[in-house]
Write a protein that binds this ligand. Structure first.
Ligand SMILES: [Cu+2]
Length: 342
């Protein structure tokens, strides 16, 4: 509705004022910061070998020993591994749901519901055929569950066994098939339990591993910080503009594989667009032979995909939602492509 769009746009201006003020380009508008970073920096583009001095940018809101969106990219939880008598590998995880106030943009706090204290929750990673054992404790004031995507028995689906405050439940099943999945709370109203932050990524590797690559988990989400049923901020891994303030370093020719998950609520779609490149798009990662070749992918709520690419030329390249409004509200980042090391 027009009225809502107007109010969100006004909020956006206020929000971006805070964002711009937090960076080394303090005092400039977001647009000036953006243009300065991309076009005025000497040595940018494929002709030069200098890169943006992002190391000098302001430290993030996260303490060094804390999880942050950058660490989260490659924070895989392989669980506690034991070999069962029949040879099957068991991976055991402890997941605790609890409330936590988090920061989602500079100075913007959000009363989140979390799995293990961060939004998104831990990236569960295992191999097809493993036995998964998830010990769930609900330490929050609301009832919750963990509903995993993939193939498993009905009683392990995290839908009917609602876990009350203080309650425990163990989800246990053999993992099938390989691919990229997700998990989230499935207590009604599910929309509320998801948008508050109860979701995460579930990677099941094939027994024959995918080719070696720099692997990154990116969870697209939104935060309704004024509780009006719309998102005021859009992020990757929980913090608006994090990867625009802290570009991700990759190298020319390096294979990059992104496990991309859309957990955005309220908006039907989110998307990922890559600059200066094309990528292989594997829809759910369940078939390594089937892919599309594109530079933009649109994902519905709860949809995910694996994308693979490598860069031909060094320089700074944007990636962002192709819904321009989402990009302006925090869903934008950079790959800092460094020259290939001889
Ligand atoms: Cu819940």
């Amino acid at each position: 509705m027009k009225k809502q769009n107007l109010s969100r746009r006004n909020f956006m201006k206020a929000g971006l004022g805070i964002v711009a003020g937090s960076s080394v380009f303090a005092g400039q508008s977001f647009g000036e910061k953006y243009n300065k970073g991309v076009t005025l920096n000497p040595g940018m583009g494929h002709g030069g070998h200098q890169t943006m001095p992002h190391q000098t940018r302001k430290a993030s809101a996260f303490k060094d020993d804390e999880m942050n969106p950058m660490k989260f990219l490659s924070a895989y939880d392989y669980g506690k591994v034991t070999q069962l008598p029949d040879g099957q590998v068991q991976r055991e995880y402890d997941i605790v749901a609890h409330e936590k106030e988090i920061e989602v943009a500079p100075g913007v706090k959000y009363p989140a519901w979390t799995y293990n204290g961060f939004v998104p929750g831990p990236t569960i990673r295992c191999t097809e055929g493993d036995k998964l054992k998830i010990n769930f404790l609900n330490a929050s004031h609301m009832p919750h569950t963990i509903h995993l995507h993939g193939i498993h028995p009905a009683e392990m689906d995290g839908v009917f066994e609602i876990i009350p405050t203080g309650g425990r439940f163990t989800y246990e099943f053999t993992v099938d098939p390989f691919g990229l999945f997700l998990y989230h709370c499935h207590v009604m109203p599910v929309k509320k339990h998801i948008e508050k932050g109860l979701y995460g990524t579930f990677i099941v590797d094939p027994k024959t591993p995918r080719p070696p690559a720099k692997e990154l988990v990116m969870v697209m989400n939104g935060f309704d910080t004024d509780f009006d049923g719309e998102n005021e901020f859009y992020t990757v891994n929980g913090y608006a503009n994090y990867f625009s303030d802290n570009p991700i370093n990759i190298k020319v020719g390096e294979l990059v594989r992104i496990y991309l998950v859309n957990m955005t609520e309220f908006d039907l779609l989110n998307s990922f667009h890559l600059h200066g490149n094309m990528f292989r798009l594997y829809r759910t990662g369940t078939d390594p032979k089937q892919y599309e070749y594109t530079d933009t992918v649109m994902l519905c709520q709860g949809e995910r995909c694996i994308i693979e690419f490598s860069y031909k030329y060094p320089g700074m390249y944007m990636f962002h939602a192709h819904q321009s409004e989402f990009a302006e509200l925090g869903w934008m980042g950079f790959f800092n492509v460094l020259p290939e090391v001889a």
